[in-house]
Design a protein around this ligand. Structure first.
Ligand code: ATP
Length: 313
């Protein structure tokens, strides 16, 4: 249990954040909607004055018919230097260059002082894809989403990733927990903390990013890797998780995971042959053998309505 003095310090800090947000045109509510390693995310509201000044925000919220936002507060004074100097700037850069796509979280505005950075983000109020898969599995009393729903959501995920790649951003941490849903049930890709930009089409990277279960084998083997092709592997893991409610390869330790992957992919419940074919096309050990995003978008399991796949808003 927190001591009285700790609770009092937290209360004072929160009031400071409320004041700083108000000075910047946002009403910070006490409803915490999530927390990360160095951040807390609260529900907030844009004031009328703010809506009159900020075109990005006003045009987006008008279509949503509400004034709610997610305010991510990062305690930069407490976070490690590597985070504030490397990962946070990458996240902000990626959110700025991926603006504006229906399936990527929007960064409306940022304000900061010597203690904190505030990111004012589009609100995705219906939790993440993992929670959605689990809740649906419980309701159906059968693991995974129905293929029709999985197809509708996966199309949006592919569209979001294609948009990122088109503007030169590789995500490098694609997983169900980083895919949020908004109040209308639209996919919103988030968490660009590991994202990186690449200028050369085939340039290789060497940093280990992401979660083991979703990580491409070439990264697990500490090889130089192509970020776009590594994202394709993660998409295969996500689709498998959507239709089966399980992860294709289960192992926590990176060095053991590669052996699990090499044992091959198994489907332990009935999945349509087209869906299996798409998953197998993505989960290819050799990066260059993986289906490209255009091939994924036009794969027979993804049809019909492929015309919407590369649509930008
Ligand atoms: N725009 C948003 N709308 C709704 N909820 C959000 C939004 N952004 C983040 N969240 C919630 O807040 C949680 C923390 O988000 P944040 O981006 O700080 O953490 P993270 O980067 O996933 O965590 P970590 O720092 O551990 O990697 C998310 O898991 C999600 O539940």
């Amino acid at each position: 249990m927190k001591s009285f003095s700790k609770r009092e310090a937290d209360r004072r800090m929160f009031l400071e954040q409320v004041r700083e947000s108000k000075e910047n045109g946002y009403l910070l509510s006490s409803k915490k909607i999530g927390s990360g390693a160095f951040s807390k995310v609260y529900l907030g509201y844009a004031t009328q004055d703010k809506l009159m000044q900020n075109y990005k925000l006003a045009s987006d919220l008008r279509s949503k018919r509400h004034s709610m936002v997610a305010i991510k507060i990062i305690s930069t004074a407490e976070a490690p230097v590597e985070y504030t100097k490397k990962f946070l700037p990458r996240e902000i850069y990626s959110l700025n260059v991926t603006y504006k796509h229906l399936n990527v979280i929007q960064l409306y505005e940022m304000y900061r002082n010597s203690k904190r950075t505030y990111l004012v983000l589009e609100l995705a109020s219906r939790g993440d894809l993992l929670e959605h898969i689990n809740a649906t599995s419980d309701r159906r009393e059968f693991p995974g989403l129905e293929e029709e729903e999985a197809r509708r959501l996966f199309r949006q995920i592919v569209s979001a990733v294609a948009h990122c790649h088109n503007v030169g951003i590789v995500h490098r941490d694609l997983k169900c927990e980083n895919i949020l849903l908004d109040e209308r049930g639209f996919i919103k890709l988030t968490d660009f903390g590991f994202a990186n930009r690449y200028s050369l089409k085939n340039s290789l990277m060497s940093t280990f990013c992401g979660s083991v279960a979703y990580t491409a084998p070439e990264i697990l083997m500490s090889k130089k890797y192509n970020g776009e092709l590594a994202d394709l592997w993660s998409l295969g893991v996500i689709l498998y998780a959507m239709v089966t409610g399980k992860l294709p390869f289960k192992e926590r330790q990176p060095h053991k995971m590669i052996h699990v992957i090499k044992q091959g992919l198994a489907f332990r419940q009935p999945i349509s042959p087209e869906c299996q074919n798409l998953i197998e096309g993505l989960l290819q050990l050799k990066p260059v053998a993986r289906l490209g995003l255009q091939q994924v978008a036009t794969h027979r399991w993804m049809l019909p309505a492929t015309s919407a796949i590369f649509h930008r808003v």
